[in-house]
Ligand binder design. Structure first.
Ligand SMILES: *[C@@H]1O[C@H](CO)[C@@H](O)[C@H](O)[C@H]1NC(C)=O
Ligand SMILES: *[C@@H]1O[C@H](CO)[C@@H](O)[C@H](O)[C@H]1NC(C)=O
Ligand SMILES: *[C@@H]1O[C@H](CO)[C@@H](O)[C@H](O)[C@H]1NC(C)=O
Ligand SMILES: *[C@@H]1O[C@H](CO)[C@@H](O)[C@H](O)[C@H]1NC(C)=O
Ligand SMILES: *[C@@H]1O[C@H](CO)[C@@H](O)[C@H](O)[C@H]1NC(C)=O
Length: 280
């Protein structure tokens, strides 16, 4: 009398030997198992290697504001020139202005402006971007780009300025100007929003946008300016410089993190870097 297990093994062997069909089924099943295990092993080691490479690579994160949520408000006690609120239309002495798109409003209307007025977009999908007109509060002595006469000098919220190309025009002249914005005088220093790709990173509750990559635009001699300034050095004046550049450039070109030396993603061609170290 054999032990039950040996008995079972012997019986299975007998069955396999007497039935070639069973034997080949068994063989192909085993082959499949081996194949699956091998492929699985390859995939796992590939993923592990990739993760390891990613962890070892220093990664450069440039945070990008979610412009759909609102503006980047800065408070001022006194506007340097006659200013009108973009929500109420009233003349204002103090209030808030957005350092990216340049709109000015009364302090208590900032929430409403966040909701109703669009800020300068950092990244877009459309290639031929249109002007982004900001109504009123033109720089003093502005000249209309169409009829070449003074504009923005009437009291009240009137006439327009494009927050990308800095062109100023009369309300009535807007139809005489090409609708497509070419980014103006400083186009070869600006990263056009159509060339920026953002991505969402971080876990729930801390999700935020960062610059994923930047594509080279079709602009001759394009050499974008990247402005990095340390907020803490100097008398804290770097904020004024940063505000001015956010207004002029794509705000993703302006950062307060001075610890990186390379732009994120596949953007090795950016070779112009301005570091502002404001010292006392
Ligand atoms: C600044 O950038 C470095 C390098 O990408 C990063 O490790 C660091 O966390 C960043 N610091 C801040 C305050 O964002
Ligand atoms: C406007 O939106 C910005 C960006 O989301 C936010 O930081 C700010 O607190 C908002 N301001 C007001 C007054 O709601
Ligand atoms: C505020 O600005 C927007 C866009 O610049 C404009 O469409 C709107 O009419 C302005 N609001 C007032 C009260 O003029
Ligand atoms: C923008 O336009 C205004 C008025 O036309 C001008 O005073 C100002 O210098 C311009 N800014 C830049 C950065 O070109
Ligand atoms: C603007 O366009 C209108 C109609 O096309 C034309 O009559 C007018 O002369 C143009 N104005 C200027 C300043 O070019």
């Amino acid at each position: 009398m054999k032990a039950p297990l040996t008995q079972l093994a012997w019986e299975t062997k007998q069955r396999l030997e007497t039935s070639p069909q069973l034997l080949s089924d068994y063989a192909s099943q085993m082959a499949l198992v081996y194949l699956t295990a091998t492929v699985f092993g390859f995939i796992v080691s590939f993923l592990v290697a990739k993760l390891y490479r990613r962890l070892r690579q220093p990664h450069y994160e440039i945070p990008a504001r979610d412009v759909s949520k609102g503006h980047r408000w800065c408070i001022t006690d006194i506007f340097p020139q006659p200013t009108y609120c973009n929500v109420s239309g009233k003349h204002i002495i103090h209030g808030v202005f957005c350092d990216s798109c340049g709109i000015c409003v009364e302090e208590h209307l900032a929430v409403e402006a966040n909701r109703t007025l669009l800020c300068k977009s950092l990244a877009t999908h459309t290639e031929n971007r249109r002007h982004h007109w900001i109504k009123g509060n033109l720089p003093l002595c502005s000249v209309c780009d169409v009829c070449h006469t003074d504009c923005g000098n009437r009291p009240g919220l009137g006439d327009l300025r494009c927050c990308w190309c800095n062109r100023t025009i009369h309300d009535k002249c807007v139809d005489n100007l090409s609708a497509v914005c070419d980014l103006g005088t400083y186009r070869n220093s600006i990263i056009p929003p159509s060339c920026v790709k953002l991505k969402l990173v971080g876990f729930k509750g801390r999700r935020h946008y960062v610059v994923d990559c930047v594509r080279r635009p079709n602009i001759p001699n394009w050499n974008p300016l990247i402005v990095l300034a340390n907020r803490k050095s100097g008398n804290g004046n770097s904020e004024i410089v940063l505000q001015a550049f956010r207004r002029l450039l794509n705000p993703v070109q302006v950062s307060t993190n001075t610890s990186f030396t390379r732009y994120p993603g596949n953007t090795p061609f950016i070779d112009c870097l301005v570091m502002l170290r404001l010292v006392r």
